[in-house]
Write a protein that binds this ligand. Structure first.
Ligand code: AP5
Ligand code: MG
Length: 190
């Protein structure tokens, strides 16, 4: 069982790398951003509630995120493990994840931190905004997402460093180069 957190600023490549990791190592890819966008598209109550948080670049309150995550975890097919993409994003979420996994006799093996400068994050998201159709891919919200990342999300790094689970990954190279580095880390662990 291999449970991994993929971490990094908005646009750092979490989704791109998660898809590759899921395929190569047989893990389930669990992206809270994708789950929330699916709720918005389906027009559910939760989807309506989270819409304004997302389009303004703010985090959705922990209670809803933790609720949707614990529900989803139990619905996953039991693969070799899970790659958590975009979660945890607050210390409260990190603690909740530990509890949710702990009660199922599971734990996090490592946090892979994709390190990308703010300038590159901005460029990637602006480029993607031409085709993504995401309500948060616009210059104003992109700036806000980066700000929220530094203020609220980055402190989660310390939480995993203290547990000896932190693994920095240079994220400004090519998709393939970054994936090769990630694959090395995971293979070393296994
Ligand atoms: P979420 O969906 O998680 O978005 P994000 O963190 O802002 O990040 P992105 O999905 O935009 O980027 P990514 O890191 O996945 O990179 P990608 O691979 O796409 O969250 C959205 C919102 O939902 C949040 O703002 C919040 O409101 C809410 N939310 C979600 N989770 C939450 C939680 N746990 N708590 C509270 N609120 C939550 O790559 C980006 C672009 O770069 C792509 O175009 C890609 O093709 C390109 N690219 C990738 N790698 C490279 C590379 N190496 N070189 C060049 N281009 C690259
Ligand atoms: Mg993503």
């Amino acid at each position: 069982m291999l449970n991994i957190v993929i971490f990094g600023g908005p646009g750092s490549g979490k989704g791109t790398q998660s898809a590759l990791i899921a395929e190569k190592f047989g893990l389930e890819h669990l992206s809270t951003g994708d789950l929330l966008r699916a709720e918005m598209t389906a027009g559910t109550e939760l989807g309506k509630v989270v819409q304004s948080y997302i389009s303004q670049g703010n985090l959705v309150p922990d209670k809803w995120i933790i609720n949707i995550l614990s529900k989803t975890i139990d619905s996953l097919k039991d693969k070799n493990g899970v790659i958590f993409d975009g979660f945890p994003r607050t210390i409260a979420q990190a603690e909740a994840l530990e509890e949710i996994l702990g009660s199922r006799k599971k734990s996090i093996a490592m946090l892979l931190d994709l390190q990308v400068t703010d300038e590159v994050l901005q460029q990637r998201m602006l480029f993607r905004s031409k085709t993504s159709g995401r309500s948060d891919d616009n210059p104003e919200t992109i700036m806000k997402r980066i700000e929220v990342y530094h203020e609220i999300t980055a402190p989660v790094i310390e939480y995993y460093k203290n547990k000896g689970l932190y693994q920095p990954i240079p994220g400004t190279g090519t998709v393939e180069g970054t994936f090769a580095e990630i694959s090395r880390c995971i293979s070393n662990y296994k």
